[in-house]
Each structure stands twice: as C-alpha cells, then as structure tokens.
Design a protein around this ligand. Structure first.
Ligand code: SF4
Length: 147
C-alpha cells in the first residue's frame, strides 16, 4: 500500500482551497493499493487557510500563528490512519508519493519560513515520521517507472 498526498489526487485540501492534481499519480492510484492522506486537514485546518512554512523547529502561518502542534498531530494521525489501512488489508506500506516542498509532505526541500518562495533543506512533518521508519518517499516530481 502506498501513502499518497490527497491534493495530488485532486482533493481541494491545499491551503488556497484548490489542489495539486498530478496525472501520473492519479493513474498510478488507479492500479495500486493506496491510502490518501492530508495531514493539515487531519489537524483540523480548513481549506482555504493561510499558507504555512517551517521556520527552524516550528511551523508558522503567514499571519504569524504557531501551528507546530497542529502539524505534529496531523502528521502523526495521518501516519496512524495509513498504518491502520494497511493492516486492514494485510499489506505493508511500500512507500509514499507526497507533494514536494510542503511543510507536511515535502521531502528534502521545503520553503524556508520567509514566505518569499525561497527553499531550504528539510523535510515536512509527515516525511520525518516516514523517514524515521525507513519508508521510501518520492514526490510528484519523480515518477515511479516500470511499476
Ligand atoms: S498537507 Fe500534504 S496533502 Fe495536504 S494539501 Fe498540503 S501537501 Fe497536500
């Protein structure tokens, strides 16, 4: 079973109330077992909402609100939901396909906390949990070939 960012599948859970639909991810989901998650929705954040970025060891939205606890909770609950979905189908979690650069779903590179489109090294909150458990994470920018 794969964990997939819900916004890549067309769910309007992105901060601006829209989505990041990605055709190859949608096609992949048609013939693979998956669970769609949105950690920020899971944390109770609405869509639309102000954008949020990681700054050091915390997350703030563009209005300066500290959302660190919500992001931690959303990531943890999303991961638990994914594990429960995999258990229910008696499957392992094979990997994750997540939205690049997001403070929840981004891998290796995220926005830098200045809300100026600048990037820095780092992982989103869900990705940190997956990496801890050595689950492979790719973003929509990398395609799974020959699968
Ligand atoms: S938290 Fe992840 S799934 Fe939700 S909108 Fe942001 S990038 Fe997409």
């Amino acid at each position: 079973m794969y964990i997939i960012s819900a916004c890549l599948l067309g769910e309007n859970c992105k901060y601006n109330g829209r989505n990041n639909r990605c055709q190859w991810v949608v096609d992949f989901a048609k013939n693979h077992s998956y669970v769609a998650v949105c950690p920020e929705t899971q944390a109770g954040l609405p869509a639309p909402r102000p954008p949020a970025e990681i700054a050091g060891d915390r997350v703030f939205d563009s209005k300066g609100r500290d959302l660190t606890r919500q992001f931690e909770r959303g990531a943890e609950e999303s991961y638990q939901l994914a594990k429960a979905a995999a258990r229910e189908k008696d499957e392992a979690i094979e990997g994750a396909i997540l939205k690049a650069k997001s403070p929840s779903c981004g891998r290796d590179i995220v926005y830098d906390g200045t809300f100026s489109d600048k990037l820095t090294n780092g992982d989103g909150y869900l990705v940190r949990l997956l990496k801890r458990d050595t689950i492979d994470v790719i973003t929509e920018k990398e395609k799974i070939e020959n699968d």
